[in-house]
Design a protein around this ligand. Structure first.
Ligand code: FAD
Ligand code: MLT
Ligand code: ZN
Length: 476
């Protein structure tokens, strides 16, 4: 049987009974949602590309309640789909059939913040932007930032090992998350909520749950190492004639900006067209085939500005960059960032979006966009490329007026074969969820996938946690 992205048949989990409902109502007074209108938004993903049919959403406030829920579901073989802000892009956070939605929306308390070490401890349902605001008031920032910050939860960020716009500077959550509290499938609470920079006491179990997409446990609390808020931030938005020149600009930025370089992002002219057309965002510089957003963050405004200007002068005189604009004041910095952050939103107005999120050797990332355009000819409405150049992470997106199975068959497996041909990853930062689970073999050897299956069986022997996600169908 050929593996694909569509849902596999429903597994033989129990169906929700009136006794189950009575138990949940008693365990979670006010935290049990059964109204179909209220459930609608949580049954459909952000992209409106997959839909489940859950009849129950549970909104616990405490770890003890999550533990009670899972112990009960485990005993009854009821399947559960953990959900944070529901901004995931691979269909991982919504039920496939009638799984109970376990939402962290009411688990939104900051548990502590150490001003000396910069270590924040909070519940999993804290919204990323709220945490950023909390920290900025104290002169710190979160080590990650995503375009979905207004909705995504930190528990969802950890569960997906989200990358985003600051990874180049602060590294991945695998380094900045210091501790986790997780409830296992049978209700056991694993308290690994350490707030230590160093801890080599055996296996680092928290790493198993970072990026596990709700399949191994429910993350209930997180401790994160947060950097100081930089006192000087500059953003340059630049235009390049060719992708080679863009890569040259990246090399130059690393050489000349060094320790103050905090982001190097790109979008192509097709993205700019979508921003102009669908969101009415004007291009602040002259039209170019490629645009880059370079950010510096440091502690000495005069020093950073001088460095940035020397870099820009060199980039212009060596013809790497053809036009550009620079911002230091907050409003303009935000406006330039929105040109990069809002491409995802612009795409949703262009039609049905086929999304690919691949890691490739950085010098090859745009070749895939060009190859896809040639391969599809005129069959797509738009084929666009943008992403995190600094991380070798391309977002290749293809749109069509409506869902189009023939177009999908032309894109896949072409995109995965091309990526595997470069020893790339078919999911750089979004995870596998429902949509990408069966393509894991393009990037991981069978032995590794088999071991993932063994871990899943050990931690969730009945398979109740986020079934049909992350692990390929032929494993189970
Ligand atoms: P959800 O979508 O609710 O869930 C995602 C997955 O995590 C699901 O599998 C779910 O079951 C699981 N999960 C959620 N909470 C828990 C928990 N407490 N315990 C266990 N499992 C849990 N992603 C990036 O990596 N980089 C980006 O730059 C980026 N930008 C984005 C921009 C936009 C506009 C949008 C819409 C999305 C973007 N994303 C990005 C994708 C998405 O925002 C991230 O994957 C985010 O981390 C998901 O968080 P969430 O709370 O919305 O999780
Ligand atoms: C981004 O970098 O903008 C996000 O990962 C979202 C996307 O891929 O569209
Ligand atoms: Zn991204």
């Amino acid at each position: 049987r050929r593996l694909h992205g569509g849902p596999p048949p429903r597994r033989p989990f129990s169906r929700l009974s009136s006794e189950d409902l009575a138990f949940f109502r008693e365990t979670l007074p006010g935290g049990t949602v059964t109204d179909p209108d209220l459930l609608e938004a949580s049954n459909v993903d952000w992209l409106k590309s997959v839909r489940g049919h859950s009849e129950l959403m549970l909104r616990p406030q405490t770890t003890a309640q999550v533990s009670d829920i899972l112990r009960y579901c485990h005993g009854r073989s009821l399947a559960v789909s953990p959900q944070g802000g529901n901004t995931g892009l691979v269909g991982g956070g919504v039920p496939v059939y009638d799984e109970i939605i376990l939402s962290t929306a009411l688990m939104d308390q900051v548990l502590g913040f150490d001003q000396v070490s910069g270590i924040l401890t909070c519940q999993a349902g804290c919204v990323l932007e709220s945490l950023s605001r909390y920290l900025e008031d104290r002169d710190f920032i979160m080590p990650l930032d995503l375009g979905s910050k207004g909705s995504c939860h930190v528990g969802g960020n950890v569960a997906t090992n989200a990358g985003g716009l600051r990874l180049l500077r602060y590294g991945s959550l695998r380094g900045t998350v210091l501790g986790l509290e997780v409830v296992l499938a049978d209700g056991r609470v694993l308290d690994c909520l350490a707030t230590l920079r160093k801890d080599n006491t055996g296996y680092d179990l928290k790493q198993l749950f970072i990026g596990s997409e709700g399949t191994l446990g429910v993350i209930t609390a997180v401790s994160v190492l947060c950097p100081r808020k930089p006192s000087a931030v500059n953003v340059a938005f630049l235009g390049c004639e060719t992708f080679d020149q863009l890569l040259g600009t990246f090399r130059l930025s690393k050489r000349m900006l060094g320790e103050i370089l905090s982001a190097f992002e790109f979008l192509d002219a097709a993205c700019m067209g979508l921003l102009n057309t669908h969101l009415k965002l004007p291009n602040p510089i002259s039209d170019c085939p490629f645009y880059v957003l370079v950010e510096t963050s440091g502690s000495d405004a005069a020093h950073d500005e001088e460095k940035l200007h020397r870099f820009l002068e060199e980039a212009m005189t060596s013809s790497l960059v053809t036009d550009g604009t620079v911002a230091t004041e907050d409003a303009k910095v935000k406006a330039l960032w929105s040109l990069r952050e809002r491409v995802t939103e612009a795409l949703t107005h262009d039609g049905f979006t086929y999304k690919y999120d691949v890691s490739l050797p950085v010098e090859r990332i745009y070749q895939l966009v060009t190859a896809m355009r040639t391969h599809l000819g005129g069959r797509a409405r738009s084929v666009v490329g943008y992403g995190h150049v600094g991380d070798g992470n391309l977002h290749l997106n293809v749109t069509s007026p409506a869902r189009d199975p023939a177009l999908l068959a032309a894109i896949e497996p072409f995109v995965y074969e091309w990526t595997a041909g470069c020893r790339g990853s078919v999911s750089a930062e979004h995870g596998l969820g429902l949509k990408k689970r069966n393509f894991i073999y393009y990037s991981k050897p069978r032995a590794a996938v088999g071991l993932m299956g063994d871990i899943k069986t050990l931690l969730d022997p009945k398979g109740i946690l986020n079934p049909y996600k992350t692990l390929p169908d032929d494993l189970l």
